[in-house]
Write a protein that binds this ligand. Structure first.
Ligand code: PNS
Length: 160
């Protein structure tokens, strides 16, 4: 059985840290689905279509990584894809509380699905989509935060 993992997130926009986590997951699993989930608590900068394009541009060199979007519960989506693993990235201890809580909830809902927390490279420990959105809004240089292909998609979303 191929070992398939879902790497879910809002990816609004995808950052160098997200790419780093997906790359690590692609070495651990036979296949990785990077999946955009709706998070109703967040206001989106990029549409789902733009995020799909941005993510696809990040993983062109990783043949075992696919990019998709889902609605509803993550564990239902993971089951529908036949994935036995959920991957999430940890930048610092401050991420742990939330990830621990969500992984316990997911474990309660779907005990057969294992959550795997991967540490992001230290270089990206400060990078978040929230910070990227703020720097973008204020016209700052995004090159240390997101891949060049994502900057292009963000700029064309601002000036269609
Ligand atoms: O990048 P984010 O915003 O931390 O990603 C959050 C996401 C999309 C992974 C999360 O909101 C999610 O899994 N949403 C689907 C609904 C769900 O299953 N929630 C977890 C059970 S409480």
């Amino acid at each position: 059985m191929p070992r398939l993992a879902i790497y879910p997130g809002s990816f609004d926009p995808p950052t160098l840290g997200h790419r780093d986590v997906a790359q690590r997951a692609s070495r651990l699993f036979d296949g990785v689905i990077v999946a955009i989930g709706a998070n109703s608590l967040k206001t989106n900068l990029l549409s789902v279509e733009d995020r799909l394009r941005a993510l696809a541009s990040c993983f062109e060199d990783l043949p075992n990584v696919q990019v998709k979007a889902f609605d509803g519960l993550l564990v239902d989506y993971a089951r529908s894809e036949g994935a036995a693993f959920i991957v999430r990235g940890l930048r610092a201890v401050s991420d742990f509380d939330y990830e621990f809580q969500v992984s316990m909830a997911n474990d309660q809902l779907a005990p057969e699905i294992e959550t795997v927390l991967l540490m992001t490279s230290w270089e990206y420990s400060y990078v978040s989509s929230t910070i990227v959105r703020e720097v973008f809004r204020l016209g700052g240089d995004l090159s240390g935060f997101v891949p060049p292909s994502v900057i292009k998609i963000m700029e064309s979303a601002r000036n269609p």
